[in-house]
Design a protein around this ligand. Structure first.
Ligand SMILES: Cc1cc2nc3c(=O)[nH]c(=O)nc-3n(C[C@H](O)[C@H](O)[C@H](O)COP(=O)(O)OP(=O)(O)OC[C@H]3O[C@@H](n4cnc5c(N)ncnc54)[C@H](O)[C@@H]3O)c2cc1C
Length: 433
C-alpha cells in the first residue's frame, strides 16, 4: 500500500515503547524516526564498567492478554516473575509498603497518631464532599497522622509540588486505599495480602532495555536512529528531520506533547499558550555502583523524611544478578532536589545510604553517575485535564495522534505505552478504510 518516503506513509515519532508498538501493530507502511542512538526512550538500560543501569526502577506489569502474549513470546525465559520487596524508611526504622496499612514497627507515638487519625477519618469518609485536591484526598482517606508522617512529605519530595496543588485524577490506580481490616492487621504486624498494583512484577534478566531491543528486532522496518524531528508543518503536512521534509498521511507522535507543540508550524497562537500550561517535574537521580552487595534485600524503599536528600532508593542488583559483576551491587537514588546534581551534595547522599544500611561507608561506592530525566512526572494540577484534552483534539483534527506517557501527558506505565501504540495503529487503519 505504501512506499518508503511517499505520501501514503505513516510517520511515527519516537522509538520508545509506544512508538515501537505503533510500528508493530500497523499493517501499512511507516517511517519510525528516533532522535537517540538507540531505541527504548525511558525504558533503556546502559552498561558502565560491567554494571547495568535502567532509568531508575522499571518493573513490568502485563494485564492485557494480547500484550502479554506478544511480550512473553519475544522474551520468554528472559523474563522473570518477581514478588515485590518494598519498604518505607522513616524514624530510623523500616516498615512495609504501603505505609498507610503498615504502621507496625513505627515508634509507638507515631503509630498511635497514624492509627487514631485513620480511625477518625474512616468514620467520617462517607460524609463530606469529594476531595477537591490531593491533600484533601489524603486527609479524607488516611487522616492527619499518615498525612504528616508519610503522605504529604513523601509526595512533596516525589512530585516537587505540595499535594494541595495537585488534583486527584491519578490516585485511583496508584494510591492504595486499605480497608479498616488491612489497617488493623498492619498495626499489629499481621500480613495476609499484599496491597497495591505492583505486588509482583516481571523483569528481564539483563535489564529493562531488553524489552524495547526485542520489540525492535522483530519489526519488519527498523527505526531510523539519530534522526531528531525538528518541525512539523501543519499546512504542508510534512515533518522536518535530518534536513529533509517528509510528507505524512498520518503522524503518530510519542514526543512529549509540549515538545511536539513547540515544533508545530502554522498552529494558532492558543496552542503554544496551552502547551505552556502543561506541567511536569524533572528528576535527577544517581546510578551508584558498589564494590559489595547492598546491605538490604529490598527492591526499593520510599524515604519520606525531608532531612534525607532522596525520596526513593532502589537496588538494581536485587532485581537480577545479571546486572552486576559477581559480588557487586548497583543502586538508583532518586533525589528530591530538582536541577543538576552538585558534587557537594555527595556526602549527604552517602550518609543517607549508610543510615539506610545499604552501604557501610562511602568507600563501598565504586562510582556514581548523575542522570537527569527532563520529563519524569506529569503534575496533575487543575489545568491538566482541560489543557491536554484541547491539544489532543486539535492535533487529531490534523490527523496527528499524540500518544504514550508524555505524548498524552499522563502518569502511566510501560504497558500503557504498548497499549496506546496498539490503539493508535488501529485508529489509523480504521480511519483509512
Ligand atoms: C522515573 C520513572 C520510573 C518509571 N517506572 C516505571 C515502572 O516501574 N513500571 C512501568 O511500567 N513504567 C514505569 N515508568 C513509565 C515508563 O517509563 C513509560 O510509561 C514508558 O517507557 C513510556 O514510553 P513512551 O514510548 O510513551 O515514551 P518515551 O520512552 O519517552 O519515548 C519517546 C521517544 O521519543 C524520542 N524523541 C524525543 N524527542 C524526539 C525528537 N525530536 N525526534 C525524534 N524522537 C524523539 C525519545 O528519544 C524517546 O525514544 C517510569 C517512568 C519514569 C520517568
Amino acid at each position: 500500500m505504501s512506499k518508503r518516503g511517499g505520501h501514503h506513509d505513516v510517520v511515527i515519532l519516537g522509538a520508545g515503547l509506544a512508538g515501537l508498538s505503533v510500528a508493530r501493530h500497523l499493517r501499512t507502511g511507516y517511517r519510525l524516526l528516533e532522535a537517540a542512538a538507540r531505541v527504548g526512550g525511558l525504558c533503556t538500560t546502559v552498561e558502565d564498567h560491567g554494571f547495568r543501569f535502567d532509568k531508575t526502577g522499571h518493573l513490568l506489569h502485563l494485564r492485557d492478554a494480547g500484550i502479554r502474549k506478544w511480550v512473553l513470546g519475544l522474551l520468554g525465559e528472559r523474563l522473570v516473575r518477581i514478588d515485590r520487596r518494598s519498604r518505607i524508611f522513616s524514624h530510623g526504622v523500616y516498615t512495609r509498603y504501603p505505609y498507610q496499612a503498615n504502621t507496625f514497627g513505627l515508634p509507638p507515638q507515631v503509630a498511635y497518631e497514624c492509627l487514631s487519625g485513620f480511625l477518625a477519618a474512616w468514620e467520617r469518609r462517607e460524609r463530606g464532599p469529594e476531595p477537591r485536591d490531593f491533600e484533601h484526598f489524603i486527609l479524607k482517606y488516611f487522616g492527619p497522622g499518615i498525612a504528616e508522617h508519610f503522605m504529604v512529605p513523601y509526595n512533596t519530595k516525589l512530585w516537587g509540588v505540595p499535594p494541595r496543588e495537585m488534583s486527584t485524577a491519578w490516585t485511583d490506580r496508584f494510591v492504595p486505599k486499605p480497608t479498616l481490616d488491612d489497617v488493623l492487621k498492619g498495626a499489629v504486624g499481621l500480613h495476609d495480602r499484599e496491597l497495591g498494583y505492583n505486588a509482583e512484577f516481571l523483569y528481564p534478566r539483563s535489564g529493562i532495555g531488553e524489552l524495547p531491543e526485542a520489540l525492535h528486532a522483530a519489526l519488519r522496518r527498523k527505526a531510523e536512529l539519530g534522526t531528531p524531528v525538528e518541525a512539523v508543518d501543519l499546512r504542508r503536512r510534512t515533518v522536518r528531520a535530518g534536513g529533509t521534509d517528509l510528507p505524512f498521511r498520518w503522524l503518530v507522535s510519542t514526543l512529549p506533547l509540549s515538545e511536539l507543540c513547540r515544533r508545530l508550524h502554522d498552529a494558532p497562537a492558543w496552542v503554544a499558550r496551552t502547551a505552556a500550561r502543561l506541567r511536569c517535574t524533572s528528576l535527577t537521580y544517581l546510578d551508584v555502583a558498589l564494590d559489595r552487595t547492598p546491605g538490604n534485600d529490598f527492591h526499593w524503599s520510599y524515604v519520606p523524611e525531608p532531612r534525607l536528600p532522596f525520596y526513593r532508593v532502589g537496588a538494581y542488583s536485587n532485581f537480577s544478578e545479571e546486572l552486576v559483576p559477581r559480588g557487586k551491587g548497583a543502586l538508583y537514588v532518586e533525589l528530591a532536589a530538582r536541577g543538576p546534581f552538585r558534587r557537594c551534595d555527595g556526602p549527604a547522599v552517602a550518609r543517607g545510604l549508610v543510615e539506610l544500611g545499604l552501604i557501610r561507608r562511602a568507600g563501598d561506592v565504586r562510582f556514581v553517575r548523575p542522570r537527569v530525566i527532563p520529563h519524569a512526572y506529569v503534575v496533575y494540577d487543575r489545568a491538566w485535564d482541560k489543557s491536554r484534552a484541547r491539544l489532543l483534539a486539535f492535533l487529531r483534527e490534523h490527523r496527528i495522534l499524540s500518544v504514550g506517557r508524555y505524548g498524552s501527558w499522563e502518569y502511566s506505565a510501560m504497558e500503557d505505552a504498548l497499549l496506546a501504540g496498539r490503539a493508535a495503529a488501529r485508529t489509523v487503519e480504521e480511519n483509512d478504510r
